[in-house]
Design a binder for this molecule. Structure first.
Ligand code: MG
Length: 348
């Protein structure tokens, strides 16, 4: 067999500038990976590098030739474990770059077998939770408008970014615009432990479901302080990057939030889900601002999750790839029922 590989950087403009406690982005730079077999069947994956974890589109492009040379050397799209473990040994960091290749290999393997990825894993598509839709930080009136627009578009769960001196005003505005929505909040490490405990009590009164990453990942004792006193369940995101973080957070949060761009691959994400379950944690899968080229693979994991936050492509003005149907937040894995992850070039 001869596998052909290629990659391409794409700049994806966002519908609206996206702001969290750490900063604002107006476009997402993703790197798309394609792996084709001798019959011309193509697996696609995507990297959505995050500067927070030390990656940029340039670092992804710098390591992809080595990662793809591993795919070509192994020369078997079904030898997924071999490809992933060789990539992890060759390049320990660069998880988004490795994730792109892992996704593309999974997509190609499942396409060659003629089955959707979730079916290869034996998962029941009807058990996938709905995805939340993220409302980024903005002027309070804009936040109100965005929340109203998300409700109008049918999204039943909103994830509201906080971490400002206007947090209460923002939540009040969202609650007015979306009185019936399930609300989750994400402080992206912006609070002090005491502030987090105080805000969690206030948010519990506004019927918020849980609080994500209240305090800096570098303050594990602060996370424990919050967990022991919080009125709401606590999800760990920046504190939960790779498999080895799971035991470390197990006694200081309720929910592990994993992302393919943090784990470095699809198999590692599945191992993290198993590890989190073994430690009694609930499981959430999130994303960066990503093309469907990678979101579709994360959606395939949805039946294994308690909470899904897979709106990355929904925040884009345009996406060259079409993926799993997420209209109104429902993850319809079996709607298009395509072999592989479900990602296809939108123009095809
Ligand atoms: Mg988060």
């Amino acid at each position: 067999m001869t596998l052909d590989t290629e990659f391409e950087r794409v700049s994806l403009p966002l519908q609206d500038p996206f702001t969290i406690a750490r900063g604002t982005q107006t476009e997402a730079e993703n790197v798309i990976v394609r792996i084709a077999d001798e019959a011309g069947m193509t697996g696609v994956g995507g990297a959505a590098p995050s500067a927070h974890y030390g990656e940029t589109a340039a670092t992804v492009e710098a390591v992809l030739p080595e990662l793809l040379s591993i795919v070509e050397a192994v020369d078997d799209p079904h030898a997924i474990r071999e490809v992933e473990s060789r990539m992890a040994s060759a390049i320990g960091d660069n998880p988004a770059a490795r994730a792109a290749v892992s996704i593309a290999v999974h997509d190609l393997a499942a396409k060659r077998l003629g089955v959707p990825l979730y079916r290869l894993w034996g998962l029941d598509p009807s058990t996938a939770p709905a995805t939340s839709y993220t409302v980024g930080l903005d002027e309070t009136e804009r936040v109100r408008e965005k929340a109203a627009a998300a409700v109008e578009a049918g999204y039943p769960i909103l994830k509201v970014k906080l971490g400002t001196d206007r947090d209460r005003e923002l939540i009040d505005a969202v609650r007015e615009a979306a009185p019936d929505a399930r609300l989750r909040v994400d402080a992206n490490e912006a609070w002090t432990p005491r502030e987090a405990v105080e805000k969690s009590a206030w948010l519990a009164d506004r019927d918020v479901e849980f609080v994500e990453q209240p305090v800096p990942a570098g303050d594990p004792e602060g996370l424990r302080f919050v967990y022991e006193r919080s009125a709401l369940p606590i999800a760990a995101d920046e504190s939960c990057v790779t498999l080895s973080d799971v035991p470390a957070i197990a006694d200081r949060c309720d929910i592990a939030n994993l992302k393919l761009m943090k784990t470095g691959g699809v198999s590692e994400a599945r191992r993290m889900i198993a590890a989190a379950r073994a430690h009694g944690l609930e499981v959430m899968c999130g994303c960066m601002i990503e093309s469907n080229a990678s979101i579709a693979a994360a959606a395939g994991l949805a039946p294994l999750l308690d909470y899904a936050d897979l709106d990355g492509s929904l925040l884009l003005a345009e996406d060259p790839y079409e993926g799993i149907d997420l209209t109104g937040g429902e993850i319809r894995l079996d709607d298009r029922d395509r072999a592989g992850t479900g990602a296809r070039l939108a123009s095809e």
